[in-house]
Design a protein around this ligand. Structure first.
Ligand SMILES: NC(=O)c1ccc[n+]([C@@H]2O[C@H](COP(=O)([O-])OP(=O)(O)OC[C@H]3O[C@@H](n4cnc5c(N)ncnc54)[C@H](O)[C@@H]3O)[C@@H](O)[C@H]2O)c1
Length: 319
C-alpha cells in the first residue's frame, strides 16, 4: 500500500497512550477511528486531546484551525467493528495482556481489509505469536513513548514474516507524522529502550526499598546529572569523555554488587495494592493533590516541549 492510499487509521485503546497517538495521526490529516470498550475512557481521551491541542496552539505549534480540524478527524466509538472496517492502518494500544490482544486480533482479522497494516504499541509482548499467519507479513510492533504526541522516537520491530515493504511503509508513515523511527531487526522482549529502563528500574527500586534515598532526592539527582548529560553524550559516547581505562577499572571493583532480581519491589507493589497507580489515580510515588488529569498532563507537556525545543531531535516547527 502507498502512503497516499491511507485514509483511515483505526486506533484501539484510549487509555494512557491512545489519546496522544490519536492526536498525532489526526493532526497529520488522517481520519482516526478511536475505539475503546469503555465509554469513560473515550470521554477522558477527548478531554485530554482537546487540552493537548490547546497547548500546541498556545505554543504556536498548530494553528487554532488545524487544531479544530484534528479534533474533527477523531471518530470515537465503542464498536470494534465500526473502527476496524475500512481501516488502512490499525494501531493497537489496548491493555498489555496477551489474551486481550489475541482476542482483538482474531476479531480484526475477520473485519479489516486484507491491505490493512497492523502496528502494535505493546511494550514487551511478542505480538507475532498471537497474530494470524495471513496477517504476519503486514504486521510490525511500533512502540511509542509517553507522551506519544511529544516524544519523537518509535521503535519499529519486524516479525519473522514481516515483509520489507511493510517496514518501509511504517517508517514512511511515521516520518510523515514527524516521528523518528528506529528499526529493530528482530524481536526481543522490551526492544531497546525498555530493556535499558528495566535495568535502571532494578537499581531504582533497590535504592528506594532499602532506604538509601527518597523518591524526591533520587529524581533531583538524575535530573541534575545523567539525564541532561545524556541529551548531549547519549549512553555510549559518554564513556569516551569519562576515559575508557577508568570505566574498565570501575567494572573490576568487587565491592559493587548487582542488586538482586526482585520482580515485586515493595515500593511498587504496595502502592499498586493501595490503588495509587500514578497520575491516573492522582497519587503514585508523588501526590498530585486532587488536580485534574489534563492539568497535570499539561504541566508535563509544557516542560517537555521546552526540553525538546533545545534538542537536536526537535521535530516540531513553529507555524
Ligand atoms: N503507558 C505507557 O507509558 C506506555 C508506553 C508505551 C507503550 N505502552 C503500551 O501501550 C499499550 C496501552 O498502554 P496504556 O498504558 O495506554 O494502557 P491503559 O491500560 O491505560 O489503556 C488501555 C485501554 O485499552 C482498553 N481496551 C482493552 N481491551 C480493548 C479492546 N479489545 N478494544 C478496545 N479497547 C480496549 C481499555 O479499556 C483501556 O482504556 C500497552 O500495550 C502498553 O504496554 C504503554
Amino acid at each position: 500500500m502507498d502512503l497516499d492510499d491511507v485514509k483511515k487509521i483505526a486506533l484501539f485503546g484510549a487509555g494512557t497512550m491512545g489519546p496522544g497517538l490519536a492526536q498525532v495521526f489526526a493532526a497529520a490529516g488522517y481520519v482516526v477511528g478511536l475505539c475503546d470498550l469503555r465509554k469513560e475512557a473515550l470521554d477522558t481521551a477527548l478531554t485530554v486531546i482537546r487540552s493537548n491541542l490547546g497547548t500546541f496552539v498556545e505554543r504556536k505549534l498548530l494553528s487554532p484551525e488545524a487544531a479544530d480540524r484534528a479534533l474533527g478527524n477523531i471518530m470515537p466509538t465503542q464498536s470494534v467493528d465500526e473502527a476496524g472496517q475500512d481501516a488502512d492502518v490499525v494501531v493497537e494500544a489496548i491493555v498489555e495482556k496477551k489474551d486481550a490482544k489475541r482476542e482483538l486480533y482474531e476479531r480484526l482479522n475477520r473485519i479489516c481489509p486484507d491491505r490493512a497494516v497492523f502496528m502494535s504499541n505493546t511494550s514487551y509482548l511478542n505480538i507475532f505469536e498471537v497474530m494470524s499467519p495471513e496477517r504476519q507479513p503486514n504486521t510490525v510492533i511500533a512502540h511509542w513513548f509517553a507522551p506519544p504526541h511529544i516524544v519523537p522516537l518509535v521503535e519499529v520491530v519486524r516479525g519473522p514474516e514481516t515483509r520489507q515493504a511493510t517496514v518501509d511503509f511504517v517508517v514512511a508513515l511515521l516520518k510523515k507524522v514527524d516521528r523518528i523511527p528506529a528499526v529493530m531487526e528482530k524481536f526481543v522482549p522490551g526492544f531497546c529502550i525498555n530493556r535499558l529502563l528495566r535495568i535502571l528500574g532494578r537499581e531504582v527500586f533497590f535504592l528506594l526499598d532499602n532506604g538509601y534515598i527518597s523518591p524526591e532526592e533520587l529524581d533531583v539527582a538524575v535530573k541534575a546529572s545523567i539525564i541532561p548529560r545524556a541529551m548531549v553524550l547519549g549512553l555510549v559516547q559518554r564513556y569516551d569523555f569519562t576515559g575508557l581505562d577508568l570505566s574498565a577499572g570501575n567494572l573490576e571493583n568487587a565491592e559493587y554488587l548487582e542488586p538482586p532480581i526482585d520482580n515485586a519491589p515493595r515500593s511498587l507493589v504496595e502502592r499498586v495494592a493501595n490503588g495509587d497507580l500514578g497520575v491516573k489515580t492522582g497519587k503514585g510515588f508523588f501526590d498530585y493533590g486532587g488536580r485534574k488529569l489534563e492539568e497535570i498532563l499539561k504541566e508535563r507537556d509544557v516542560a517537555l516541549l521546552d526540553v525538546f525545543a533545545n534538542s537536536k531531535h526537535l521535530i516540531y516547527k513553529k507555524i
